[in-house]
Design a protein around this ligand. Sequence first.
Ligand SMILES: [Mn+2]
Length: 252
Amino acid sequence: MIAVPYHLGRRDVEVGRGPTVICKVGQAVLPASRPSGRLVFVDYEESRQESRLAGKTAGPTSELDGIAAVNTQLARAVSAHPGPPIILAGNCNSCLGTLAGLSRDDLGIVWFDAHGDFNTPETSISGSIEGMSLAIATGSCHGELRERIGLARPVPEANVLLVATRNLDPNESVRLERSAVSLIGLETLPAALEALASRARAVYLHLDIDVLDPRAALPGDPHGRRRNPDRRRHDRELQSRPRSRGSHPEDR
Ligand SMILES: [Mn+2]
């Protein structure tokens, strides 16, 4: 397993905190005697150190440089990994380093995500680059970044299944309709996988956990809150309590 605890080139911030937390919990839960396999942490400081030793500038200066450095190191870890690696990542743009490290021309992509990640700088409302991850991997934008990471050839759109996506920007949706990417639901997944098998010999499986039903999502998830009996009781109590606007953290 390879952990990539980065969000847009910054370690252990925002969604980039996930891999470190999950690994810590995993270590606490798994019996110490049980071999847990090889866990490699992509560590951006290492690549900065390498740059310094090579006499280059001391590290990335922009978000794009950070993403390139993290993913270049991830690509190295993937290509050195014995057998198919599992990547535990904090950001969807880890697909770039993973695909580069796999270095195969016969790949398909099965991408489970609440979002399409198929925006380009022209269609994106937020402008966030993680929402462009699949578009970069399939060659629609940021080609220079893709090449810096070592993904010389984009994955053909026709080899991509985008599954259970429910949140698309309007122009991203138009772009998807015009593309060769298959936007599908779970009910058509088996048939789509069979069709994909005729075009691809291996699959990169991408699972953004925000694809899970928001009613079952963890507290703090921007798309939903945990709904359990305790939570509902807590909500009812809050509603029945007299309070002033903004007095409770949940009013924010
Ligand atoms: Mn997502």
